[in-house]
Design a binder for this molecule. Sequence first.
Ligand code: HEC
Ligand code: HEC
Length: 202
Amino acid sequence: MAFRLGMVFVAAATAAALLVPAAAGATGDAVRGQKLAYTCLGCHGIENYKNAYPNYSVPRLGGQSEVYIVAALKEYQSKARWHPTMQGQAAQMSEKDMADLGAYFQGPKRATSDGKVVGTPPPAAAICAACHGPDGNGVTPDYPSLAGQHADYIEQSLHGYRSGKRQNAIMAGFAPQLKPEEIKALAAFFSKQKGVYTTRKP
Ligand code: HEC
Ligand code: HEC
């Protein structure tokens, strides 16, 4: 067990070092983003809206990092992430569309840690903290905030990195190591932290 965790820590440090830090501020045009977001809010703007077959919550985007939203949309566009609806949504988007949408959903300030952790972190959360922060708020905008995200969506995405439906070099190094019960505990813990929220329809 100690050896396995040691390996993961080395992988975390290496992966973090490879990432070029991104600009902290928003670069997209949030006003244009709001107009583009009209269709998105039909799903992302409704509290507890569900994806059908399989049934899980549509992710919260409010306060999520613009940099990460752009990265995620590019992954749906390139089909590195499997999800027919989101692949369709992203198919015709330009880089500017993605940045503007990201700026709108992120809002003036992305969700960041206030230094408070709610409840006791499960042991496996120590591995995630290097990038996602102790409370699940990304330490830089490159890393998505898991804090406040729906637990069933966190579980779904971790299973996606395990099965290869989501291809991401970094998370492919972490997700397969997690046991199903660890995934449940991590998802429950991060979902209870203060972080992302549902963007309401204006
Ligand atoms: C029909 C419902 C629906 C619509 C419309 C929709 N989405 Fe999504 N979106 C989803 C679902 C479901 C997921 C989770 C997919 C998965 O499991 O990877 C998702 C995932 C995402 C993610 C990844 C979030 C994360 O935490 O990784 C982003 C970013 C996103 N959507 C942005 C948008 C934008 C921008 C629009 C509008 C242009 C949009 N979505 C329209 C249902 C929708
Ligand atoms: C070395 C940095 C790093 C570490 C350590 C790490 N992650 Fe990640 N994580 C990322 C990156 C980068 C992404 C975005 C991947 C993508 O674009 O699909 C991500 C994405 C995720 C997502 C998808 C979020 C969403 O909104 O769809 C979840 C869930 C997640 N990580 C959970 C974890 C958990 C749980 C751990 C600890 C066991 C962990 N991560 C460890 C870097 C890391």
